[in-house]
Design a protein around this ligand. Structure first.
Ligand SMILES: Nc1ncnc2c1ncn2[C@@H]1O[C@H](COP(=O)(O)OP(=O)(O)O)[C@@H](O)[C@H]1O
Ligand SMILES: [Mg+2]
Length: 239
């Protein structure tokens, strides 16, 4: 089955577009056999701009889906996600806007997995928790095990490796915490002209983004999370 991965968080500025671009570059480099499609649903179109100038991403679309925007785009995104899930091996990566439009949650429910970047600052953690709670409620009422919710600690300061505050805040929720990503000034400066993973070579971020990409490949695309959740359901039924 194809994988539809959405990068989402109702908090702005947490690194959604940045993560989308780096993961896209990771897939392009390390998952050559899979066809990668990208949708930027944010009106601002950061991902569309960052990757659009690159020219190496053929299947890149800008389809703004917000509170007021285009019902037509929503239908298009809906159709693309559905057709994607029916294909073998393909990858679909969706970047989203801040805020919590119902449209975004609707698309999220169709996806295989949600990547939720967040810093370890309380100001980011609190709205992130609310956002995850909302998705969780939708999953529970639909009795769905997907989208898997993967929290991605981002912009971690150099000396700070302790995620305990983040873990504590999310302890009541059914989430997986991915390997974290450091704060790196080159990353901040790539916003205007995105040149991919290569310019970060020699930094901690470089190894981390590859490690993160491998994690997504194994657990999401490779189906490890599906297996774990399927087993959990079996255990719960037996109880
Ligand atoms: N790991 C990181 N290191 C340094 N800067 C980062 C990192 N991740 C994101 N940023 C910066 O944070 C800002 C917000 O990121 P962005 O991806 O636009 O967030 P969002 O899409 O969630 O609004 C940008 O200036 C971006 O370059
Ligand atoms: Mg963005």
């Amino acid at each position: 089955m194809g994988s539809a991965i959405m990068v989402a968080n109702m908090k702005g500025g947490v690194g959604k577009s940045t993560l989308t671009c780096y993961l896209a570059d990771y897939f392009r480099k390390f998952q050559k056999k899979r066809v990668l499609s990208l949708i930027d649903t944010d009106l601002q179109g950061s991902t569309y701009e960052m990757l659009g100038t690159d020219g190496r991403f053929a299947n890149l679309r800008h389809l703004p889906v917000g509170d007021r925007y285009d019902a037509v785009n929503l239908v298009t995104v809906d159709t693309l996600v559905r057709s994607h899930l029916g294909t073998a091996n393909d990858l679909l990566l969706i970047d989203t806007s801040a805020g919590k439009p119902d449209n975004i949650c609707q698309i999220a429910m169709m996806c295989h997995c949600l990547l939720v970047p967040v810093s370890i600052n309380w100001g980011d953690i609190r709205p992130t928790r609310d956002f995850i709670q909302e998705i969780q409620e939708r999953k529970d009422s639909a009795r769905a095990i997907t989208p898997h919710i993967i929290v991605v600690p981002n912009r971690i300061p150099h000396q700070q490796r302790d995620y305990s505050r983040l873990k504590d805040a999310l302890s009541e929720l059914d989430v997986v915490i991915a390997p974290g990503l450091s704060d790196l000034s080159i990353v901040r400066h790539q916003t205007q002209k995105f040149a991919g993973i290569d310019p970060t070579k020699g930094t901690r971020f470089h190894d981390e983004i590859i490690h993160f990409g491998n994690f997504v490949t194994e657990y999401v695309v490779g189906g490890k999370l599906d297996d774990i959740y399927a087993d959990t359901n079996v255990i719960e039924l037996r109880r």
